[in-house]
Design a protein around this ligand. Structure first.
Ligand code: NI
Length: 158
């Protein structure tokens, strides 16, 4: 396994539409392993493949201490709403308030090739939406209700 470089806002790879994964090859498995190690090292809530320069529909989301690997994920249901603080490993130092569903259900394929669904609420719902947005070249700053000031970041994020 290896810790990968996380690309930052301004890099064109963050603005492209990612291609679906067809066959789950050893290369895809290695990418999942490396992305997980990179996410743990960066202490983030989620990581999408374009953030490590790979234009494929793959993301990892941390939910209740578990790392959920998502291949070709789609949001299939959402309910409620929330406006909470969000940040991104590719946009360091910037935090904003986003409008997201309170709960989402995601359908994806796992590394074993089997399709599954997973639901998340609160932070996990934000993370699912955020990471899946990355696969379409979207960043949270595009749709943030507002960006926090430096004073608010100090007070609310620490
Ligand atoms: Ni992000």
């Amino acid at each position: 396994m290896a810790i990968l470089n996380i690309v930052k806002e301004g890099d064109p790879v963050l603005r492209k539409e990612c291609r679906p994964v067809g066959e789950i090859t050893p290369r895809i498995i290695r990418l999942l392993d490396d992305m997980k190690e990179t996410l743990i090292d960066a202490d983030g809530a989620g990581l999408a493949a374009p953030q490590v320069g790979v234009m494929r529909r793959i993301a990892i989301v941390e939910k209740d201490g578990e790392y959920i690997e998502l291949i070709n994920p789609e949001i299939v249901a959402g309910e409620g709403e929330q406006e909470e603080i969000e940040g991104c490993l590719s946009v360091p130092g910037i935090w904003g308030i986003t409008h997201r569903p309170m709960k989402v259900t995601v359908r994806a394929t796992g590394r074993d090739g089997k399709e599954f669904t997973v639901s998340g609420e609160g932070l996990a719902a934000r993370a699912f939406c955020h990471e899946i947005d990355h696969l379409s070249g979207k960043l949270f700053t595009d749709e943030a209700v507002r960006i926090l000031s430096d004073e608010e970041v100090k007070e609310l994020v620490g």
